[in-house]
Design a protein around this ligand. Structure first.
Ligand code: FES
Length: 62
């Protein structure tokens, strides 16, 4: 699924960036070698970051 249409970033690209340590939208773009353009995708990227952090916290608690 395309998350950022300006940069053609997919949800897989974003997930990989987060797994690589990106914890802010700007870091996700940088990790993918892209730059933000219109910013319409920022909320979705933030949601992905938040979900990943919750998953990591849950995994760490088990
Ligand atoms: S949709 Fe991501 S910068 Fe425009």
């Amino acid at each position: 699924m395309i998350v950022c249409s300006c940069n053609r970033l997919t949800d897989s690209d974003v997930a990989e960036a987060i797994r690589s340590g990106a914890c802010r939208p700007g870091e996700v773009y940088a990790c993918c070698g892209k730059r933000p353009d219109c910013g319409a995708c920022v909320r979705m990227i933030l949601s992905s970051i938040k979900a990943s952090m919750q998953e990591m916290a849950t995994a760490a608690a088990v």
